[in-house]
Design a protein around this ligand. Structure first.
Ligand SMILES: [Mn+2]
Length: 329
């Protein structure tokens, strides 16, 4: 579907709906939360009832800051309280899923079952577990969902005050790693548009400030980097630390900054017996093919896998085998 048709379809669904629910992926980040907030401003302008569904118990620092600053300003509900807010005629409810398209990654899976009309707005690859029966507005070449929503706010002529412009910009800055990854002319245009509305780069840096302990844990992963055929960077964590998925992802991002490196793989524990892999590519190395062998997935630029009941060394062996096979072909 072309952009104009997608927008027309989105418009139609929003127009038809009485109550609209916004839900992003688990472990909210600034792109997920920022896109929910940005879209909620469009819905507010259109005088719709809307709610953002958040079930996460803990939040990363930037998300925590925004939620605290906006307390009372945006209607946030838990998935379990959905029934209280549903419009009696289910045809008039609409669920918009942002920054993910995968059933298993949303804040609350039950919500998917309770609302028939669904729209996905996302910039990740579609896959086997993509939410069924939804209108899909997806472009995996776009930097971030916040970039997509920024375009929509411009299209709908929504007045963004500097605070909200900053929130949207922070999602773009996060997902592009400061305009170094997946950044296109459209990304710069969205940033320009938001800056013109008063988005503050200083405030974005404040939202992106990191915790010193988490930073130290991530740095440990950078002390023992292996390279494979000079172009693939690989590192693994100690089995004694449990990392958050986004920490492994940040390390994988960092590995791409080194000379000649085209792809990166990071292995670390993400649960007691669960090992995660985070991978990145500059776009010309097929990380998806490798990750699929380990039950994961992704797109040309980033991917991940999560393997239960295993150890870091087992995953390392399997991953290296899969890389060797890809390299040999
Ligand atoms: Mn995103």
């Amino acid at each position: 579907m072309k952009i104009i048709e997608q927008r027309r379809a989105l418009n139609k669904q929003i127009k038809k709906a009485k109550t609209i629910f916004l839900m992003a992926h688990k472990d909210l980040d600034l792109d997920a939360l920022g896109s929910c907030i940005g879209l909620s401003l469009i819905l507010k302008q259109r005088k719709k009832d809307y709610y953002i569904i958040i079930d996460d118990k803990q939040h990363e620092l930037g998300v925590e800051k925004i939620l605290r600053e906006l307390e009372g300003c945006i209607p946030i509900i838990k998935g379990e309280d959905l029934d209280k807010h549903l419009y009696p005629n289910n045809k008039k409810n609409l669920l918009i899923v942002l920054d993910t398209n995968k059933t298993e990654l949303v804040q609350n899976k039950e919500v998917l079952k309770k609302i028939d009309n669904k729209i996905i707005i996302d910039h990740h690859d579609l896959g086997k577990t993509t939410i069924k029966n939804a209108l899909i507005i997806n472009d995996d070449e776009v930097s971030s969902t916040c970039e997509m929503i920024t375009e929509l706010t411009e299209f709908y002529d929504v007045e963004l005050d500097p605070y909200y412009a900053t929130v949207l910009l922070s999602g773009i800055v996060l997902d592009t790693n400061n305009f170094t990854l997946k950044t296109t002319a459209e990304t710069y245009y969205a940033a320009y548009y938001l800056a013109n509305l008063g988005a503050s780069a200083k405030k974005v840096q404040y939202l992106l400030k990191q915790d010193v302990e988490e930073y130290t844990e991530r740095q440990k992963l950078l002390t023992d980097i292996e390279t494979i055929n000079k172009k693939i960077a690989f590192t693994k964590a100690s089995p004694y630390t449990i990392y958050r998925r986004e920490d492994l992802a940040k390390v994988a991002d960092t590995l791409l900054f080194f000379n000649n490196i085209e792809a990166s793989f990071v292995i670390g524990k993400v649960g007691k017996d669960t090992v995660g892999i985070s991978a990145r590519s500059l776009g010309n190395y097929n990380i998806t093919k490798i990750l699929e062998k380990l039950g994961g997935g992704g797109n040309d630029y980033n991917g991940a896998a999560r393997i239960e009941k295993t150890t870091i060394s087992k995953v390392e062996q399997e991953l290296k085998k899969a890389i060797a096979k890809e390299e040999g072909e």
